[in-house]
Ligand binder design. Structure first.
Ligand SMILES: Nc1nc2c(c(=O)[nH]1)N[C@H]1C(S)=C(S)[C@@H](COP(=O)(O)OP(=O)(O)OC[C@H]3O[C@@H](n4cnc5c(=O)[nH]c(N)nc54)[C@H](O)[C@@H]3O)O[C@H]1N2
Ligand SMILES: Nc1nc2c(c(=O)[nH]1)N[C@H]1C(S)=C(S)[C@@H](COP(=O)(O)OP(=O)(O)OC[C@H]3O[C@@H](n4cnc5c(=O)[nH]c(N)nc54)[C@H](O)[C@@H]3O)O[C@H]1N2
Ligand code: SF4
Ligand SMILES: [Mo]
Length: 704
């Protein structure tokens, strides 16, 4: 018998936000193994469990591999296979009707997190004329991009390559999450080389256990903590005087604001002892270079933008911005940017004006996205105008957005819902048209195009599964049917050539290269200043002053907290922090992947043993977590690594193995009990509070 030759193809994983170089083994046209690429500069051969298990997703028996049209009622599970032509023609016809009757703004295009096709989605949206793009960006990453844009002109990223001597990990579990442009492997390397570690986290994570200083704060109080640190840095003269003199705007006003946060007050707010705050501030300010590794938990509260601003301010006043080993601005290869390809300038100003919530959440409008509730409201009430169609790519909002029951109601009621996914998720089950998407192993692409790490990693098409299409192609072919022919391309590779044009390269050349990297330059501000209106780091934001927001960062108490709602103490005595990630799952994904689910079969809620004892809860018991919005069930894990007044639940749970409609979407889904009342939103961004609320916990009886 002739042996089948094995081929090994280099590519770049995107089982999460992406970025890990991989070697894909293929035999007889089938992927047999995926391993880390030792030569890739971002992961050096390491991989996580999700990447290693990805072939189980590619070949999963439940994957939908051709377009579907719903024939029965929503959730009845009656579908008919249709062709791509029929699917796209149906969508295009519907959109033309909606545009003629209601205007393009009545169509909402949406995507999930870090999907690597946002440039194509925006191109379609902007050419269509809808200002309503729905992403996770209001409370994740784009909020950081927006806050840093107005503060220092761009997103500062930890420069692990240049060996920071101190890393302050702020609400981030980077060794599990490898978020955005980061991989935890790089942090681990600098720690093993002796860098100091400060961790700010309400939970004793692996990193907190390894830290030189761990600040176990009350969830949601980060802005007060950071203002307290700034207080120490200023009072003890630990700031970089030369940088402050030359490169910051609003120093005096900032100093006045910081004075409002003396350490005794900050200790009261945050529960962190003043001495520890002082010690951490000194270590960060006195160790050069130092960087701040920021995480998402601090963006998912009412303090979102100010949290991001005050951390940027700490980088600036300690002289750690735009320097090797600090928080640096990486330079991308000189290709067309996501906003250029996305054609943001083509959206007519009168359409931009119509953005849902745009006049309320001005920073969200500046970064061209909407907060979800404005869409649900427009669907459910028709105000300020009706939303008639929603098209979601790679997002499962019924599980991942606050107040899931409202999300469910809205997506059940919207006239026309299109979902592109790999599986019929609880969100996809509500769709009128389902489009089967290709995974990263089934597409060519310029991986990490959206990230700020300065790299582009070619991602290569290795297999074709059924009739699945990469999302880029879906947007392109739909656009062509909607009168946008002249703006699109024959193939997606032609689109990449257009993106690459300024580099003088083409996809054909790039696909065989290990990566593209922009030429790094530090201390650009010394020559050109920062890209802000004053050319300085705006501790006092002139943009916010113009927009009518507080120009200086301030701490806002979480609306549903023990401080603000003492009246809730007897019924809801605990603070819930909802949503820390697990290594084996990506949000609501992967529950159907046997290798991964075996490691983590059930949703877990962490509670302190004292709290558990008070309620008669034993380790492993099923418990209800209850908020004023309802209750969900998870399994208790007892840990002393959490404050007895705090409870930490997981997000993202549904049960693909449950065959009834909805797949148990409301059993353990923590967003059933989170709130999306705008009173809890971050004012400029409309960031929803997904993380911090009040709850109670009690054992679930067997029959429950
Ligand atoms: N309570 C609470 N809720 C949270 C969070 C929290 O911390 N706490 N975190 C929030 C954050 S930060 C985020 S970013 C959101 C994430 O929210 P989402 O982006 O909605 O979450 P996912 O579950 O990752 O993605 C949904 C779907 O995308 C599909 N998918 C994956 N890749 C592709 C692709 O390339 N193309 C297509 N078409 N489909 C694809 C998957 O199969 C999955 O069904 O969740 C948020 N929800
Ligand atoms: N395996 C895996 N990786 C992922 C994801 C995933 O779902 N699974 N999701 C991706 C996405 S979209 C994102 S946004 C990133 C997020 O990546 P990370 O920022 O690392 O996110 P989390 O793990 O949610 O939170 C990090 C830490 O914040 C702590 N925390 C909770 N509340 C607070 C608080 O109020 N203050 C502070 N200081 N800390 C707090 C938690 O205990 C946790 O240890 O991860 C990405 N990577
Ligand atoms: S961290 Fe993300 S990119 Fe890296 S192997 Fe895991 S899933 Fe893939
Ligand atoms: Mo996220």
């Amino acid at each position: 018998m002739e042996a089948v030759q094995e081929q090994i193809i280099r590519s770049n994983c995107r089982g999460c936000h992406g970025g890990c170089g991989v070697l894909v083994h293929v035999r007889g046209g089938r992927i047999t193994n995926i391993e880390g690429d030792p030569e890739c500069p971002t992961n050096h051969g390491t991989m996580c469990s999700r990447g290693l298990a990805f072939k189980e997703l590619v070949y999963h028996p439940d994957r939908v591999t051709y377009p579907l049209k719903r024939t029965g009622k929503k959730r009845e599970g009656k579908w008919q296979r249709i062709s791509w032509d029929e699917a796209l023609d149906t969508i295009a016809t519907k959109y033309e009707e909606i545009i003629a009757k209601y205007g393009a703004e009545s169509i909402v295009l949406g995507q999930g997190t870090g999907r690597d096709y946002e440039a194509f989605l925006y191109r379609l949206a902007n050419l269509l004329g809808t200002p309503n793009v729905l992403t996770a960006g209001h409370m994740c990453y784009v909020s950081r991009v927006g806050a840093t844009l107005i503060t220092c002109g761009g997103l500062p990223v930890c420069d692990y390559d240049k060996d920071p001597k101190c890393v302050m990990v702020w609400g981030c579990n980077v060794v599990w999450t490898n978020p955005d442009e980061y991989t935890g492997e790089n942090l681990s390397r600098v720690l093993s080389e002796g860098a100091k570690l400060i961790v700010i986290d309400p939970k004793l994570t692996y990193l907190a256990g390894r830290a030189d200083i761990w600040l176990q704060l009350r969830p949601g109080t980060d802005t007060a903590l950071a203002l307290g640190m700034a207080n120490v840095i200023i009072n003890e003269d630990l700031y970089d005087k030369e940088f402050v003199e030359k490169h910051v705007h609003g120093w005096d006003e900032f100093v006045e604001r910081v004075k409002e946060y003396p350490l005794d007050k900050v200790e009261d707010i945050t529960w962190v002892p003043a001495d520890k705050i002082r010690e951490a501030a000194r270590l960060y300010a006195q160790t050069r270079p130092a960087c701040i590794q920021w995480g998402v938990a601090i963006e998912q509260t009412i303090n979102c933008t100010d949290n991001n601003r005050i951390l940027t301010d700490l980088m600036a006043i300690t002289g750690n911005l735009d320097i090797p080993g600090g928080n640096a601005f990486f330079v991308p290869p000189p290709m067309r940017t996501v906003s250029q390809f996305g054609m943001h300038r083509e959206l007519p100003p009168e359409q931009r004006e119509k953005q849902l919530g745009g006049n309320t959440y001005k920073l969200a409008q500046r970064v061209a996205l909407v907060t979800p509730k404005v869409v649900w409201d427009a669907i459910l009430t028709g105000e300020p105008y009706p939303v008639k169609a929603v098209q979601l790519h790679g997002s499962n909002p019924v599980i991942t957005r606050a107040n899931a029951r409202e999300v469910y109601r809205a997506l059940s009621q919207v006239d026309f819902l299109v979902v592109a996914d790999f599986f019929l998720t609880p969100t996809a089950e509500l769709a009128d048209i389902f489009l089967p998407a290709a995974t990263w192993l089934e597409m060519n692409y310029l991986g990490q195009y959206w990230c700020r790490g300065g790299y582009i990693f070619p991602r290569r098409k290795i297999v074709q599964i059924g009739e699945c299409w990469q999302d880029h192609k879906i947007f392109m072919e739909l656009g062509k049917r909607l009168g946008q022919k002249e703006y699109w391309f024959d193939t997606v590779e032609d689109a990449f050539d257009y993106i690459l044009e300024p580099t003088g390269l083409t996809w054909e050349k790039v696909e065989d290269m290990p990566y593209l990297r922009g030429e790094m330059e530090y201390r650009k501000h010394e020559k050109k200043g920062f890209s802000t209106p004053t050319r300085k780091v705006e501790l006092y934001s002139t943009t916010f002053e113009n927009w009518g927001y507080d120009p200086l960062p301030q701490y806002r108490e979480i609306p549903e907290s023990p401080v603000n709602r003492p009246d809730m103490a007897s019924e809801y005595p605990y603070i819930l922090t909802a949503g820390a990630r697990l290594p084996v799952f990506f949000h609501s994904e992967n529950r159907m992947i046997p290798w991964l689910r075996e490691i983590h079969p059930d949703p877990i809620v962490e509670i302190h043993p004292e709290t558990a004892e008070r309620h008669g809860i034993r380790d492993g018991d099923w418990v209800f977590i209850q908020s004023p919005r309802g209750r969900v069930k998870q399994r208790a894990r007892l840990t002393t690594g959490i404050n007895p007044r705090v409870i930490a639940a997981q997000h993202g749970w549904w049960f693909p193995e449950v065959t009834t409609p909805g797949h148990g979407w409301d059993r353990s889904n923590i967003n059933i009990i989170t709130d999306n009342d705008p009173a809890g939103y971050d004012p400029p961004m409309g960031s929803t509070n997904l993380r911090v609320l009040l709850c109670n916990i009690y054992p679930a009886e067997e029959e429950d």
